[in-house]
Design a protein around this ligand. Structure first.
Ligand code: IMP
Length: 221
């Protein structure tokens, strides 16, 4: 029987993305729920430190069904805007719940130009995800980046978090990201992550890349 990957997250969007990706690799994914809001999100300097803290917390709350070969997965991500020196970065969660998508757009208002390629460079940003897995006492870490730019206004109502304001750069035929203004085999055609379906987001997503990087370090299920 395949080992179960217990994903510690309260974010339904992240659970759907990880399940979609890992089920293709033969893993069963279940949400690890900690009753009564006992988990805390440390305000640390890097996503890696946050991910490791989440693993330590998860180990205190293992479900009764947790089997010997099962694994714990945690993931932490952020949006890093180049013109803001990487802000909101590790503060993404707080910034999203305070100034929100419109607040980020307002911070970049002075970077509008008529030329779409210059605009995409000036408004460059990337998502970064760090995924960590605990297996039999050992912790492995994977990371993934999705480069792109911040839209001029929110577009598209699906997805979560900053999805409606983030437009990923195109990907080449090997799914490698290109730079601003280059056309690739794979494109959202100017749509934000909030304006594309889940399968498309997964192709581009920082989370997919972090999980790929992580699960490449493990034998297949
Ligand atoms: P977390 O701490 O990993 O849950 O994420 C930090 C913040 O970044 C949250 O506000 C999320 O909504 C946002 N975020 C993380 N990943 C994504 C994504 O794939 N799309 C949009 N927003 C994201």
């Amino acid at each position: 029987m395949s080992p179960t990957v217990w994903f510690l997250t309260g974010n339904a969007g992240k659970l759907v993305e990880a399940t979609e990706h890992l089920s293709h690799l033969g893993y069963v994914v279940k949400q690890l729920v900690v009753e009564g809001n006992q988990l805390y999100e440390p305000q640390a300097e890097t996503l890696e430190i946050v991910a490791k803290s989440k693993i330590s917390q998860a180990l205190q709350h293992l479900p009764d069904e947790f089997a010997k070969d099962d694994m714990i997965l945690v993931e932490d991500a952020g949006l890093f805007v180049s013109a803001l020196d990487g802000f909101p970065g590790i503060y993404s969660s707080y910034v999203h719940s305070t100034i929100g998508n419109l607040g980020i757009i307002r911070l970049l208002n002075h970077l509008e130009t008529e030329d779409t390629v210059s605009s995409a460079s000036l408004r460059a940003a990337h998502f970064k995800a760090v995924a960590a897995i605990w297996r039999d006492g050992e912790i492995l870490i994977g990371e993934g980046i999705c480069p792109g730019h911040i839209a001029l206004e929110p577009m598209g109502g699906s997805g979560f978090g900053f999805d409606p304001i983030f437009i990923p750069y195109d990907l080449d035929k090997d799914l490698q990201p290109l730079s601003a203004g280059n056309y690739g085999e794979h494109s959202t055609h100017g749509k934000t992550f909030g304006g594309v379906d889940l399968a498309t987001k997964i192709k581009f997503s920082h989370r997919t890349r972090a999980l790929q990087n992580l699960f490449n370090q493990l034998p297949s299920a």
